[in-house]
Ligand binder design. Structure first.
Ligand code: BG6
Length: 458
């Protein structure tokens, strides 16, 4: 997707990226590697400092050792080393923000233009405390578009919670200073949905219930909850994956053509699409993997779900009647993410042996690939056809070109763009759908680790 939208920032002297939650799994697994990519590829600032913020009493050197020894970190610490400083701050203790203030005064001396990104890789219960403390210490001031705050998902624990957080933020900051994160929007194949749907005549023409039989959005993970038991047992699969990633993908798949590629136009088109989503409990399932309740940090009687198989419909004349499945879970047979659009039988399909419904597969992981499956002649002088794949594999053809989604998000934040960030109204609509699911719970089952939900080649 062409990242249109307001470009506030062109060139800056200094960029300071501060990460709250610096010892957490997300920082180690995703944010630091994304920053590493940024260091290697970004040329839009003269100097960069990454301020890692945590409660532990580390020196910067100790923090670097902690990162490089952690199993969750797979990057190259030497790329990060020259840019990283660690500062001890207890998010809930205002006086500890003085450490950060002192560091910032030292970093921002002189007349340079400084862009400050505060990234909150913490749970939503800390959002308001951190935001208030940043304001009180004047590390961020309302209206300064060069200081922005990013809030990792989930945005709130419940819909009420999300509304409360949002009301506070909208009062205290300008809209352009607030970034709500959903890293799936930074994935190339998800950005590509808009391009595929609206720049191809034939895809656009058949994108409706006359031609589409079924849509599946699948994000399947082999790992369990790793060492995030305490977090996961509060959120479960609905808040962790469906409320954000899967519903965002759905919105991109069924939204109408936006007026332009500017972030607000795309956001408005997604909001209108999410408003029409109806969940069907009788054809949905939630599950929990065997052994989940023995995981560290998990309640031994927990009923939290680690798998969701949700049937939804989009109630518009264009999409009515198309079964859409949102499928995601932990400890499944494979790590893969894809969108599968299955088309109806062709009018002449009965004439050909071996004819199968056409499929469009947008593979998000492990490869970034688009496959269009067509029926084509098997042998001369027969009426037999075989499914034939036309495919374009970005990640195989351009190894290294596909980046960690978070590096795309950081690039957007650096430049003051919002195309890859959901608005609050989108998040609110997604919470509405989660409330529908909570109100009318589907059947619940326990599954064996390694459970096979099928793949895009089946
Ligand atoms: C995160 C969830 O948002 O996305 C994790 O909190 C999940 O539970 C992860 O594992 C999956 O992201 P990716 O990019 O590895 O598919």
């Amino acid at each position: 997707m062409n990242l249109a939208g307001t470009l506030y920032i062109k060139k800056m002297n200094k960029l300071i990226i501060t990460i709250f939650g610096a010892t957490g799994d997300l920082t180690l697994r995703k944010l630091l590697p994304a920053l590493e990519t940024l260091i290697k590829t970004q040329k839009d600032y003269e100097s960069l400092t990454i301020v890692a913020v945590g409660r532990r009493a580390f020196t910067s050197e100790e923090y670097l050792s902690f990162v490089s020894e952690s199993n969750a970190f797979s990057g190259d610490i030497n790329t990060l080393r020259p840019y990283l400083v660690y500062t001890q701050v207890d998010a809930l203790k205002p006086n500890t923000y003085e450490n950060l203030k002192t560091l910032f005064s030292a970093l921002s001396s002189g007349k340079q233009s400084v862009r400050k990104i505060f990234y909150l890789a913490v749970g939503p219960d800390l959002f308001l405390d951190i935001a208030s403390n940043l304001l009180d210490t004047k590390l961020v001031t309302k209206g300064d578009l060069n200081s922005i705050i990013a809030f990792e998902k989930p945005f709130g624990h419940t819909f009420e919670d999300a509304r409360f957080i949002n009301a506070f933020l909208e009062e205290k900051f300008s809209p352009a200073q607030i970034y709500r994160v959903d890293h799936y929007l930074g994935k190339e194949m998800i950005q590509n949905i808009i391009d595929l749907r609206f720049s191809n005549t034939f895809i656009h023409a058949i994108w409706n219930n006359e031609h589409i039989r079924e849509i599946k959005i699948v994000v399947s993970e082999k790992d369990g909850i790793l060492n995030r038991g305490a977090y996961y047992d509060e959120v479960g699969v609905l808040n962790d994956m469906v409320q954000s990633h899967l519903l965002q993908i759905l919105a991109l798949l069924v939204m109408d053509i936006p007026h332009s590629l500017a972030s607000e136009d795309i956001q408005n088109a997604k909001i209108a699409a999410l408003e029409k989503v109806k969940y069907i409990a009788s054809e949905s399932l939630l599950g929990q993997y065997k052994g989940y309740r023995n995981e560290l940090g998990v309640d031994p009687d927990s009923l939290i779900s680690t798998l969701a198989f949700l049937r939804v419909e989009v109630q518009t004349p264009k999409y009515n009647g198309i079964p859409i499945y949102l499928i995601t879970g932990k400890k499944l047979a494979r790590k893969e993410a894809y969108i599968e659009v299955i088309f109806k039988d062709a009018p002449g399909s009965h004439l050909f042996a071996g004819s199968r419904p056409n499929r469009l597969i947008i593979e998000i992981a492990p490869e970034s690939r688009i496959t269009l499956e067509l029926n084509s002649l098997a042998k001369l002088h027969t009426s037999e056809v075989v499914p034939t794949k036309l495919e374009h594999c970005f990640s195989c053809n351009f190894p290294g070109a596909i980046k960690e989604a978070y590096s795309a998000l950081f690039t957007e934040m650096i430049h003051g763009r919002k195309t890859l960030f959901p608005s609050f109204n989108e998040i609110a609509k997604a919470w509405d759908i989660i409330c529908q699911i909570r109100d009318e719970k589907p059947r619940y089952f326990i599954y064996e680790p390694g459970f096979d939900m099928g793949g895009n080649n089946d």
